[in-house]
Design a protein around this ligand. Structure first.
Ligand code: GLP
Length: 247
């Protein structure tokens, strides 16, 4: 049984709706723990949240942040790292406190950081996991084939994922072959999950994530979560049928 809720809106609208969710969450629980994705999908949302924070409409001063994943070998200062991306586009522009920010460091011991992240999640939980989706249905760096109960650990990236993600890297720069990622099981422990999908290139993955859960589409395991919301634009929702859309 699919319990994920689907919302199809233009990006401008779903960004407003998600920022309202986040604002409400922080009003109820100022120290809420939020897991953050990287990539183009959350960029407009980050922009909106930064704007609202500057306007004093949203307060992140007690919120706790962790990133979902990071490339192996890239330090937090490396401009292609996810840590750098999140600082540049979001965390460095809001009133978050440094002590409340937990970012992987791709250049340090990943196994150790994976164990620490599992312990952190056990200790403080995750109130909201924001997610994007890869064209092959991956979430964070949980590639097809990942078990639904996987823990935070080291993942090998598929050639297709590396090729797609190479758009963020400079000419002649190699996309790392490995990454550290929060596990599917770890992400599924979040109290609430919000996945953002936009653009025609995501349409097949979005269609498949609403079909029978399968190892081939890691995002399909979000169906096992009681409070998972999927926000799509019309292009990403193009291959969904009416039953899905009326959810
Ligand atoms: C990467 C990240 C994912 C992200 C995905 C989609 O592989 N590891 O966390 O969701 O790309 O990125 P985009 O939003 O740029 O399409």
């Amino acid at each position: 049984m699919v319990s994920m809720q689907l919302f199809v809106y233009p990006e401008k609208i779903f960004v407003k709706k998600i920022s309202e969710e986040i604002s409400l969450l922080l009003k109820k629980k100022p120290s809420a723990v939020i897991a953050l994705p990287t990539g183009s999908s959350p960029l407009a949302l980050y922009k909106e949240l930064v704007k609202q924070c500057i306007q004093g409409k949203i307060d992140f001063s007690k919120a706790v942040f962790m990133n979902l994943d990071e490339y192996a070998g890239l330090s937090r200062e490396n401009k292609y790292s996810y840590a750098f991306f999140l600082r540049k586009n979001f965390l460095g522009k809001i009133n978050a406190q440094e002590k409340n920010i937990f970012l992987f460091n791709g250049a340090e011991n990943l196994q150790k950081q994976a164990r620490e992240r599992e312990a952190l999640v056990k200790r403080i939980g995750i109130d909201l996991a924001l997610l994007g989706i890869g064209q092959n249905g991956h979430i964070a760096f949980n590639e097809p084939g990942t078990r639904f109960d996987s823990k935070t650990g080291i993942a090998s990236l598929k050639a297709a994922t590396r090729k797609i993600n190479s758009r963020f890297f400079g000419a002649g720069e190699e996309v790392p072959k490995k990454a550290v990622t929060m596990g599917l099981g770890t992400i599924l422990r979040a109290k609430k999950i919000i996945l953002i999908a936009k653009g025609r290139k995501k349409a097949l993955a979005v269609k498949k994530m609403f079909e029978r859960p399968s190892l081939k589409i890691p995002a399909s395991f979000l169906q096992r979560h009681k409070n998972a919301l999927v926000f799509c634009d019309a292009e990403a929702a193009l291959l969904l049928n009416k039953t899905n859309k009326n959810r």
